[in-house]
Design a protein around this ligand. Structure first.
Ligand SMILES: Cc1cc2nc3c(=O)[nH]c(=O)nc-3n(C[C@H](O)[C@H](O)[C@H](O)COP(=O)(O)OP(=O)(O)OC[C@H]3O[C@@H](n4cnc5c(N)ncnc54)[C@H](O)[C@@H]3O)c2cc1C
Length: 244
């Protein structure tokens, strides 16, 4: 991949859309094109927040300079408070990017695409799936998204696939790890990594897929264990970012 040099430039906040009880889409605009590869992230220097925060782009590169991020509200988090507590449209900030190497592999033309995530990991995965769908050399490959959450109202993946125009092309497997007796949850329960393991065990050749995953470190570690130990997936076919 020819890498796109990261630059720091001014971005203007355009709009916020509520997606779930704790996640939203935030769109910023820069004067120059939004040049990145699906899977990359940018660093935002939020007003009155010490240090930059990394957020993965959820959209595709574009000449209009639009950068969309799906962001999860972390209770008490400085960036979360700044963004989710009435962040006014028109606010200017510094956007530094693109960064990251867990990007869509356009050379894997014969491999099914498997994305795995939870929480805000969906942002990067939606961009990857959008990129694959828009690429004529990749979009005939089967695409599957595994997405897990604690409770049913965390499970935003089917709606976000619909919103991105991906619902007809991407198979979606969801799981909830902590359903209560009051939840009307009919789907699989448990960790998404266990559900992934059970599914891959029924696939003809899980070692010949291209895997993309994103989320907290315990989740990305667990996915790696499943892929390496369970199914001998070469590391070159595993693309991931850990939130730390
Ligand atoms: C490569 C990469 C891509 C990422 N992409 C995304 C993305 O697309 N979307 C997204 O939502 N996130 C993403 N993240 C995570 C994001 O960068 C932030 O780390 C996250 O949003 C939390 O930032 P914050 O400022 O809200 O919380 P922070 O202020 O950084 O705090 C983090 C957590 O620690 C807790 N905390 C803070 N201070 C204390 C304290 N003194 N004592 C105890 N607890 C404390 C907070 O309550 C919060 O839960 C990404 C991270 C990486 C590394």
């Amino acid at each position: 991949m020819d890498s796109i040099p990261a630059t720091r430039r001014t971005a203007i906040f355009l709009r916020h859309e509520t997606l779930t009880h704790d996640m939203g889409s935030f769109v910023f605009q820069t004067r120059d094109p939004a040049a990145f590869v699906p899977g990359q992230f940018a660093m935002l220097d939020l007003p009155d927040v010490e240090g930059d925060r990394a957020y993965s782009m959820a959209n595709l590169p574009n000449d209009e300079g639009l950068w969309e991020f799906i962001i999860k509200e972390q209770p008490g988090g400085d960036g979360s408070v700044a963004l989710f507590d009435a962040f006014p449209p028109g606010t200017e900030l510094a956007l530094d990017g693109p960064h990251g190497e867990a990007v869509l592999n356009r050379e894997a033309i014969d491999r099914p695409i498997v994305c795995i995530g939870g929480g805000a990991g969906i942002s990067q995965l939606i961009s990857i799936l959008r990129g694959a769908q828009a690429d004529p050399t990749l979009n005939r490959n089967p695409m599957t998204l595994f997405y897990g959450g604690r409770r049913p109202d965390d499970i935003c993946a089917p709606r976000l696939l619909q919103r991105a125009g991906l619902a007809d092309t991407v198979a979606c497997v969801t799981a909830v790890s902590e359903p209560t007796a009051d939840d009307d949850w009919q789907g699989p329960t448990g960790l998404i990594t266990d559900v992934l393991h059970r599914h891959l065990a029924t696939w003809p050749d899980p070692s010949n897929c291209e895997y993309y995953f994103c989320g907290p470190t315990p989740m990305t570690d667990a996915v790696q264990q499943v892929l390496c130990r369970g199914f001998a997936v070469p590391e070159s076919q595993q693309h991931f970012d850990s939130f730390g």
